[in-house]
Design a protein around this ligand. Structure first.
Ligand code: UD1
Length: 450
């Protein structure tokens, strides 16, 4: 029996509608469609069906995290600098999202965000990596997870910009996978006359792919021991966060989650919880309203901590985790997507999209720690075209952090004009500190280099 026929038998009813116009297709179109159907992973497809039945009900009881520390330790910072300088840390950036809410057509990382120079999110991360490397005198490695939708555009952007001053060998790219979308009946459907409707499968498979692509092994051979994971859409995320790394090492844990205090119960952020002895996150799209809004007797939020999907994890733990848990749970979302039908051709329709979430590894790890940072130091995501978490709020946050850096470096209040600091100000060397002590900024604002 051909591979396609066998697959069709396994997919059953869910695939029948795909072939209603088969005879009208050219030979190439028939090949396209049949190879896509033949490539569907049946166990994952069954998980998708289960996910539709169960609506990801939280089986376990959860409660607020019992133990967490606040950032601010000079000792941890110094230990982290030492580990980064010894080449023990690499950074993984999750950049496979579609950025639909932002309304930006290219990869989100290409969005120009900085205040004066209009540097893109990608550029800021690369310049941070370069500056961190300068600070510890070591070339640092980073990898971007893209998706089939934005992989080639991302690579092109880096090539066009000469990898933003990093050596090509410092940067790796790999693409996440896609999952078929399902219609309201749980059936597969077409997006084009000869192709299935697919969507990116979420950010949750990133560590598995790090192993699968061989990159983890390459980094291990280079002496990397800890991977710092960050999201592309948060320009305050630090690819080489020395304090986080130092704290993580001191705690002797496998994973340290970076967090901030929740301020608004309705903010679109996952909520950090604990079930049994392990940490977990309940996503904002799935948490019950009464839990999201729950307060203690003193009026403070019962679940005080927000998930930023920023964490560091031991490379050795990734290996065992991926081995023990080859499959990640799925989460579903009902979205408006593009479809195709024989009568009208292209159509808009509502369908189920399935995603894996990176924080679903948390319940599988018992040696974990939680470090809480001031919000203004690490969180200002770019999600929407206007309102909260838009370029306007992000630029305002970048400006106030730059002002704070100048204030603490010079001991002086900066002039009230817009300015942007080069990323080297985020990784201070003794020479930079010495140079800027007591020095006032030019009154004109603009771009300030060390
Ligand atoms: C994410 C977190 C949420 C957190 C919030 C903070 C997850 C699953 N959720 O939510 O708990 O409070 O950020 O800003 O992490 N991405 C991929 N592939 C995909 C989808 C997304 O790599 O298929 C990447 C995006 O490029 C982005 C990040 O993951 O860097 C977050 O994606 P997004 O869908 O915007 O997450 P949020 O819903 O904002």
């Amino acid at each position: 029996m051909s591979n396609l026929l066998h697959k069709l038998l396994l997919l059953g009813q869910a695939a029948t509608a795909l072939f209603s116009h088969w005879k009208a297709l050219t030979e190439i179109q028939q090949q396209n469609l049949s190879s896509q159907v033949a490539a569907i992973d049946v166990p994952t497809f069954q998980l998708q069906q289960e996910c539709l039945q169960n609506n990801q009900k939280l089986e376990k009881e959860f409660f607020p995290p019992q133990k967490y520390a606040f950032s601010g330790s000079e000792e941890d910072y110094k230990a982290g600098i030492k580990a980064i300088g010894a080449g023990k840390v690499a950074c993984l950036i999750l950049a496979g999202g579609q950025g639909t809410r932002l309304g930006w057509s290219g990869p989100k990382g290409t969005f120009p965000i900085s205040l004066i120079k209009q540097k893109s999110l990608f550029q800021l991360i690369c310049e941070k990596t370069k500056a961190a490397g300068k600070c510890v005198q070591k070339d640092l490695s980073l990898a971007f997870m893209t998706s089939p939708d934005n992989h080639s555009d991302t690579l092109q952007f880096f090539q066009d910009n000469d990898f933003f001053g990093l050596a090509k060998e410092q940067i790796s790219f790999f693409s996440q996978e896609m999952l078929p979308l399902l219609d309201t009946q749980g059936n597969l459907f077409l997006e084009e006359v000869d192709s299935l409707a697919f969507g990116p499968d979420g950010n949750g498979f990133a560590l598995h792919l790090l192993v699968k692509t061989g990159l983890l092994r390459k980094w291990q051979d280079q002496g990397v021991e800890i991977i710092n994971v960050i999201l592309i859409d948060n320009p305050l995320a630090d690819p080489f966060d020395a304090e986080l790394i130092g704290f993580h090492i001191r705690q002797q844990v496998d994973l340290t989650l970076k967090s901030i205090l929740r301020i608004d119960p309705h903010e679109s952020v996952g909520v950090v919880v604990q079930n049994d002895n392990n940490l977990a996150v309940v996503e904002y799209s799935e948490i019950l309203l009464e839990e999201r809004e729950a307060v203690l007797a003193d009026g403070s939020l019962k679940y005080p901590l927000a998930n930023l999907s920023l964490f560091c994890i031991n490379l050795s733990k990734i290996q065992s985790l991926v081995h023990q848990h080859p499959i990640m749970p799925l989460h579903r979302a009902f979205k408006s997507v593009k479809g195709w039908n024989e009568i009208e051709g292209s159509e808009k329709k509502m369908a189920w999209k399935f995603e894996k979430f990176i924080f679903d590894i948390l319940p599988w790890i018992s040696k974990e720690a939680l470090l809480v940072y001031p919000r203004e130091a690490c969180f200002s995501p770019l999600k929407n075209s206007e309102g909260a978490f838009s370029s306007k709020t992000v630029q305002a946050d970048l400006q106030s952090l730059d002002r704070q850096i100048i204030r603490s470096l010079t001991g002086l209040e900066p002039p009230n004009v817009p300015f942007e600091l080069s990323q080297e100000f985020y990784y201070l060397t003794p020479a930079i500190r010495e140079k800027w002590k007591g020095r006032s900024l030019p009154n004109l604002g603009g771009y300030i280099e060390v």
